[in-house]
Design a protein around this ligand. Structure first.
Ligand SMILES: NC(=O)c1ccc[n+]([C@@H]2O[C@H](COP(=O)([O-])OP(=O)(O)OC[C@H]3O[C@@H](n4cnc5c(N)ncnc54)[C@H](OP(=O)(O)O)[C@@H]3O)[C@@H](O)[C@H]2O)c1
Length: 216
């Protein structure tokens, strides 16, 4: 059983991570800005108030945990872009402050920087809307930042090109920096199977200090 502090538990991806972690018997502290938004009830669930952009808030909830997970961001507005890289820096600072007792850090990343079969990157595709490009590059900047961090046990998990609520099959394929595609060139993962992969990473610690990605 792992002790997990989870930012973004009210979100599309974070709520699936919360359910998967609770179903597997882990103890979760959901860190939310507004506790009224979290309707989930479970004997292994504690709710704390916090803001991912405040390193002291991160440090406070990270204390005594095995891992801090962040699934923050979201929406089409400027708040999404503005959250991603500052959140990465705040999460690292808050976890790092605990020194030898620092938990691991696992963050939900983006698919934009992944390599495509034609040797380019996802964000090089023609016709992507500006708001999406900005989100992709914000995740790319956050990943560049994580890659400079050597004193915190971080992992960044990029979804497939498309992630949406769907079925929990319990199976998935992984790669490091290459987009996972199917036989038709499509890259997708259900949010439920993404959560399976993330909780597997909590349990197995196969990707400390690196980014990996998951597709169906
Ligand atoms: N293919 C891809 O690469 C891909 C696709 C989808 C998503 N993503 C990434 O995955 C992440 C999660 O996406 P999502 O669709 O699950 O988002 P979502 O449903 O909009 O949820 C976002 C979550 O972040 C929380 N949050 C935002 N700012 C916060 C802050 N300052 N402090 C604490 N919590 C904060 C929100 O809490 P509140 O309830 O308080 O608002 C909410 O729980 C995003 O970074 C997104 O870019 C990547």
């Amino acid at each position: 059983m792992a002790k997990i502090a989870l930012f973004g538990a009210t979100g599309t991806i974070g709520s699936r991570v919360l359910r998967e972690a609770l179903d597997r018997g882990h103890q979760v502290t959901a860190v939310v800005r507004d506790p009224a938004k979290l309707t989930e009830k479970h004997e292994n669930l504690t709710v704390a108030t916090g803001d991912v952009l405040d390193p002291e808030s991160v440090e406070a909830v990270a204390q005594g945990q095995d891992v801090v997970v962040s699934a923050v961001g979201g929406g089409d507005g400027p708040g999404h872009v503005a959250t991603i890289e500052p959140a990465a820096k705040s999460l690292v600072a808050g976890v790092r402050a605990l020194g030898e007792k620092a938990p691991r850090l696992i963050t939900v990343g983006g698919a934009g920087s992944l390599r495509t079969p034609d040797g380019k990157q996802v964000w090089d595709a023609e016709g992507l809307p500006e708001f999406l490009l900005q989100i992709m590059h914000a995740h790319g900047d956050a990943l560049d930042y994580y890659r400079t961090v050597t004193d915190v046990r971080w992992t960044n998990l990029s979804p497939a090109g498309l992630i949406e609520p769907g079925e929990r099959t319990g199976t998935y394929r992984t790669a490091l920096d290459d987009l996972v595609v199917d036989g038709n060139g499509k890259s997708r993962i259900s949010a439920e199977d993404y959560a399976v992969a993330l909780v597997d990473e909590i349990e197995e610690a196969n990707h400390i200090g690196e980014r990996f990605t998951v597709g169906d």
